[in-house]
Design a protein. Sequence first.
Length: 188
Amino acid sequence: MTDNLILAGAFSDCSNVIKNIEDTAPNVVLMDIEMPGTNGIEAVKLIRNNFSDLSILMLTVFEDNDKIFEALSAGASGYLLKKTHPSKILEAIQEVQRGGAPMSEAIAKKVVLFFAEQNKIPNNKYSLSPRETEVLTHLVNGHSYKMVAADMYITLETVRSHIKNIYDKLHVHSKSEAVIKAIRDKLV
């Protein structure tokens, strides 16, 4: 018992996670990702499906974006690294119990950077010119080549020239491939 916290139970794997929670009735679950049998992320999903209000705090060594976002998407309430000082872990347990979403500083930074990247101006990793991007936007909106020419006040031949450049830069061979790639890669 520490700081009004009581260890309700400790388990080496997640094979009986639902029964373990039913038997121990914790307010907060500390979960690692790498577990024998059912991994921690799958266990979070199971817990969330059976105990929707239970707080789950990931406590792991994994710092990669995939694991962080898989865990948070599965329903983890917070994410700490095992190298976190024990006093900070105790604070995080209390914080998550109050409805907070504690994260190690490094993890919080990755989350902030991820969302900052998501809100950036459209991706231009293919080096499309502004005019090519405009043509591509028209294609995504379902416009024909003639409509693009009319809307942009350029000739049909100029539209075809831009489209040829777009296909080359995107490494596609058709209008539908270009549109799919533009949407998938957030080019427009």
